[in-house]
Design a protein around this ligand. Structure first.
Ligand SMILES: Nc1ncnc2c1ncn2[C@@H]1O[C@H](COP(=O)(O)OP(=O)(O)OP(=O)(O)O)[C@@H](O)[C@H]1O
Length: 326
């Protein structure tokens, strides 16, 4: 299938900061592609290079075969990470405003319904909750019924129910043929929505594939987590490797141990071991590896401390209005 969005060896520096060091990806028509990676990895910069709001130093960005500067903007929807529309408009007025930028726009009421805000249309934007505001912003990208949608952290700040509304919406859009490139820090979101995932670290895409492929290749093995005060040494005679959990799985590392490479059918062996050795435990959880494990295996520790934004060679303010999408 033809690539609808394509980045080839894109490089971008801001003063001393290398934001992109040769990033490449391609997104096929109708595909949902999720870009994940640590803070500062370059996700927003890559989205900006692809949508024509920043010019790469070198490399090539293409949308539907055209350069981002030349592409028909009415076929794109772009949700910037820091999109802040005017406060003193109602949700409906805002959507209607953005719809007014296009010759053929959708009915604002339908767009509000899509993002789960049918009953909130008359509320001023400034009076909406953070998550509702973000949903209005997602709605603003849909007014022109785009063929290609760029969503930079679409669900940040949205509560679980609202997030599911946005997820279902993205799934429906993809099912109707819209090509979607999104960035996210939510691994469950990437795993649920993405046909393919690209992991960006230190300015380049270091792994890509379907979530299943990435998990199979980099996610490690299934595991049994035991809540116990006993340390890994107490399991020296168990036939499976036992250690402490990685960071990021929500446990207090000193109160749990992890048995690796274990099938669920072998859990009874571990229970038997605990009882024979008088080891007290309060819980057992068996789990398969997921995208978070891939992230932790490949990108943990690559987090960049590139906070020096003093040399702002191009102006982030150009992203403050989705009017630019017209
Ligand atoms: N306009 C700019 N001027 C200077 N530095 C910038 C600019 N935009 C991005 N950077 C720097 O480039 C690097 C990549 O930033 P970018 O926003 O693309 O990362 P990100 O992966 O989107 O991060 P996050 O997950 O935190 O949103 C960072 O070090 C950032 O400080």
């Amino acid at each position: 299938m033809e690539a609808v969005v394509e980045a080839t060896d894109v490089r971008k520096t801001y003063g001393e900061t290398v934001a992109l060091s040769g990033a490449s990806l391609s997104v096929e028509g109708g595909e949902v592609f999720a870009l994940i990676g640590p803070n500062g990895a370059g996700k927003t910069t890559l989205v900006r290079a692809l949508t024509g709001t920043t010019e790469p130093d070198s490399g090539r960005a293409r949308i539907m075969g055209d350069s981002p500067m030349a592409v028909d903007r009415s076929r794109l929807g772009v949700l910037p990470q820091n999109f802040s529309p005017p406060d003193r408009l109602s949700a409906h007025e805002l959507i209607a405003y953005y719809a007014g930028l296009y010759d053929n726009a959708r009915d604002p009421d339908d767009v509000l319904a899509d993002v789960g805000l049918a009953d909130t249309g008359e509320t001023w934007y400034e009076d909406l909750s953070g998550g509702q505001q973000r949903r209005v912003c997602v709605g603003a990208t849909l007014v022109n019924d785009p063929d290609v949608l760029f969503l930079d952290e679409p669900t940040t700040g949205i509560d679980p129910a609202g997030r599911r509304t946005v997820w279902r919406l993205i799934e429906e859009l993809a099912a109707s043929g819209t090509t979607v490139l999104l960035t996210t820090h939510d691994m469950a979101e990437a795993e649920r929505l993405a046909d393919r995932v690209g992991l960006l670290a230190d300015g380049s895409v270091i792994a890509r594939g379907t979530p299943t492929e990435l998990v199979r290749e980099h996610g490690g093995s299934s595991r049994l987590t035991i809540e116990t005060a006993a340390g890994p040494d107490a399991f020296a005679d168990l036939e499976y490797p036992v250690d402490r959990p990685e960071r990021g799985r929500g446990q207090t590392p000193d109160s749990v141990v992890v048995v690796r490479d274990i099938d669920p059918v072998a859990i009874a062996t571990v229970v038997d071991y605990l009882e024979r050795h008088d080891l007290e435990y309060t819980g057992l959880t068996w789990s398969e590896p997921n995208l978070e494990d891939v992230y932790l295996a490949l990108a943990d520790g690559t987090e960049l401390e590139r906070t020096d934004r003093a040399d702002e060679t191009d102006d982030g303010a150009d992203l403050q209005q989705t009017g630019e999408t017209a």
